[in-house]
Design a protein around this ligand. Structure first.
Ligand SMILES: NC(=O)c1ccc[n+]([C@@H]2O[C@H](COP(=O)([O-])OP(=O)(O)OC[C@H]3O[C@@H](n4cnc5c(N)ncnc54)[C@H](OP(=O)(O)O)[C@@H]3O)[C@@H](O)[C@H]2O)c1
Length: 350
């Protein structure tokens, strides 16, 4: 299978990771990416790590006619929130007119199509959805929970970064009646994208830790959908925090142990949840962000006393929380081995 790939928003952090991963992906035959700021300039102008490895030039826009004869066109959207939703109708019409719509695989990295109703979207994101009639037409891209739905999927909404960490943490808790579950997660500054803001600017961030969107983060509804998917009864609260690393998310879920579950039982559940999952690693003690940075792995650990349980998860937000996960979803959608182009260790120390 030869894939012809376009990345919309290729100059950002997610776009850069996609260029890095896909330029080494054995099924990718051609690769191109858009940027308005870098149009006409080489990829390494935005991503210096790609110099001499992935040589391409950013385009202002994709001419879809050039994909018309491709046997397997693929589009990744790594644009800011709202950008895909506001132009998808137009793009779908053009893809349809070129006979591309039914064989093109689109993987969106933004939150635009992760939720299935306009009401849920408005509640989570505080604004009306720009393209509500397409809500519900995307498969939710988090293979550890939705692997069975991905083969053959043509429109995929990859899970959010915090949402990924929290939902991986729910894997050992499938089917349990838990009551209150409190979750926290610390993210590195790359979670906010490549454009510097007051909360990502190095001097104001490097030696600081702060909470934000306390109890109200927009990824909560994604996680709540998985509580239903996993038949987990839980009253979940979540406090996201920004920490001093560049990459990485470290998440903690805490709960009272339900009747009949002890530390050994929780450990056995975690072992079962990680078995057969190519990117989940069960670790002793604490997962470490430094052990997963640059890789698509998620490290997970559990701990319990006679009353309390905890699940700890570390991921790289730009990999398992974003670009790596998007490629993992694409592999599954196209019937490739799930790990194609993805199974390697990150750089340690980070
Ligand atoms: N960072 C993370 O950890 C993370 C994790 C999971 C999901 N996400 C989601 O993934 C998406 C990309 O995130 P990112 O961190 O890569 O962002 P980013 O670094 O800010 O990159 C955004 C990209 O989109 C382009 N862009 C900006 N405004 C645009 C517009 N109005 N229309 C079209 N393109 C536009 C930018 O390039 P030009 O301005 O040059 O066109 C750039 O290539 C976002 O939706 C984000 O929420 C991020």
């Amino acid at each position: 299978m030869r894939l012809d790939v376009a990345i919309l928003g290729a100059s950002g952090f997610g776009g850069g990771e996609l260029l890095r991963l896909l330029s080494a992906h054995p099924a990718v035959g051609s690769l191109r990416g858009t940027s308005s700021r870098f149009a006409g300039r080489p990829w390494h102008a935005a991503h210096p790590n790609l110099r001499g490895v992935a040589d391409g030039v950013f385009e202002a826009a994709i001419d879809w006619r050039e994909f018309a004869s491709s046997p397997q066109p693929v589009v990744f959207s790594a644009m800011p929130h709202g950008a895909l939703a506001s132009r998808l109708d137009e793009m779908e019409a053009e893809w349809a007119s070129l006979g591309l719509a039914n064989r093109l695989t689109l993987v969106d990295l933004s939150g635009d199509f992760r939720l299935s109703s306009a009401e849920a979207f408005a509640l989570a994101y505080g604004a009306a959805h720009p393209c509500p009639r397409r809500l519900g037409s995307f498969v939710y891209g988090l293979p550890e929970w939705t692997r069975a739905e991905l083969p053959g999927a043509r429109r995929i909404a990859a899970a959010g970064c915090f949402a990924t960490a929290l939902q991986l943490g729910l894997l050992p808790l499938e089917g349990l009646d838990l009551g209150l579950v409190t979750a926290t997660a610390i993210t590195g500054s790359s979670g906010s994208g490549a454009t510097a803001t007051e909360t990502t600017h190095h001097p104001t961030r490097a030696h600081d830790i702060r909470a934000y969107k306390v109890l109200r983060h927009q990824h909560l509804p994604e996680v709540q959908a998985t509580l239903t998917r996993g038949r987990i009864t839980a009253d979940l609260s979540f406090v996201p925090q920004s920490g001093p690393t560049v990459r990485g998310i470290f998440a903690v879920l805490q709960f009272g142990l339900p009747h009949g579950l002890n530390a050994e039982g929780l450990a056995a559940r975690a072992a079962r949840a990680c078995a057969g999952q190519p990117f989940l690693r069960l670790v002793e003690g604490s997962p470490r962000v430094a052990a997963v940075v640059g890789s698509n792995f998620a490290d997970l650990a559990v701990a319990a006393t006679d009353r309390h349980g905890a699940v700890l998860v570390a991921i790289d937000n730009l990999m398992k929380g974003m670009a790596g996960q998007a490629v993992q979803c694409l592999n599954l959608a196209l019937g490739l081995a799930e790990t194609t182009g993805l199974k390697y260790a990150g750089a340690y120390p980070a």
